[in-house]
Design a protein around this ligand. Sequence first.
Ligand SMILES: [Zn+2]
Length: 489
Amino acid sequence: MEAVVKDVEESLLKKLRDNPLDYITLNKIGYIYLHSNNLVKSEEVYLKSININPDQFEPYVSLGLIYTITMNLGKSLYYLLKAKLFNSESEELIKSIEEIYSAIKNKYSSLSQEEINNLFNEAMSLLDKEFNQQAIEKLLILLVLIPENDLLIEGLSSALIKNNDYDLSILILNDLINKYNSPLAHYYIGVAYNFLSKPEKSKFYINRSIELKPSLLNPLLSNKISIRKDYEEEYLNECPICKSKDIELNKVFNQSFLSINYNIINPIRQWYLCKECDLIFANPRPTKRASYNYSVELFLDNRNKYNLDKLMLESNAYNDRLNNILKFKKHGKLLDIFSDTGIFLSIALEKDWEVFSVEENDLKSKFIKSIYPEINIQCDINSFSKEKFDVITLWENIERIIDLDFCLKLISKMLKKKGLFAISFHNRNSYISKVISNNEPIWSYPDYVYIYNKKYLVNLFEKYKLRLVDSQIVWRKYMSNTELYFIKD
Ligand SMILES: [Zn+2]
């Protein structure tokens, strides 16, 4: 008998040498190793099979079995639950999962609260170090022991999402909802559905989480401010730029998990896509006044918090931007729109530009004036409408401008012929937006109203006689910025 198995093994291995991506053959080899008790080799082969094709039932079940035998219970549970995604009806599988639950309860039932806390802290520190898989396995064990713990649900959901395990996250959280109706579980199912491009489902679960627990509208403010119901916002039934009515829901986020909204801007942000022009816009959209009030609160909150690393990063970025401008324009009149706290202005002054500024936030403009009294700074772009500039810059704020058409008309009018217009923005098509940051931060700034990609802006600006002459992708700490440079024809 053994000789026959050896022959089969040989012929399968030969087949694999001819086609190393043949995952079905890998599963057969894994099966032979598993049943001849060579667990190490079997594990290796099945893991390779999943690596080649992650959408199959058998290797997950077999790995679950291997880890049950080796008493690696968290890992076992992870792989059995993964298998359930491909065959939720299998009675044998459901029984195996039940057995793991009992084994976990038996093994850990004698743990004191302190020991459970230690296990939890270990898992969270694995998560901090981006060891997501190991963190998930520990957190799955803890979920069996303390299922109603919000921190645990949050940690496990974040780890699964970072691991791109969206379906698994929905499966586990749904199970929790059936048992405990957890608001946080609803919220994270909503997040997972965003990544699966199912915005209507996302909207349902995120709204449900708020109904169950209204304080989820401002978790970062720890309930210091009561929830308001009358956000200043407007509903749009057409694309705000091209006016097409062909618009649809694209993503839904509760932004307050990443950004403080000061209870001014509705943190449940519905992002709509215009199928005609490809713009993504907030709908409902916060009003100009809400956006202004938000920027005041944000400034007051951060006024005395100087983060030297951030200042250095920003100074370097602005220095590079000015060097780019110098490739096209050596000197003259420069208008900076949305000057924020004036770092770019300081660099332009150093290089002997005649500097003008628009900063609509009074607190920020007073702050800039206190450092650079010589700068002509106005709160309304219209104040400069009769002037002509060699260079106009708009760094990192185009996403906040509601009346973009009005603003671009004015910019085009205020630029001298062959004048330069420079912007930077968070590009939703950038590598980091798509892959590394898992798409999330860009969608979670409360006062962003439109989200762009490069092609969109280049096409749009052409209508205002602004022609692209240079573009750069600049990586900063957590985000990449795309910078575009245009010449007025
Ligand atoms: Zn449109």
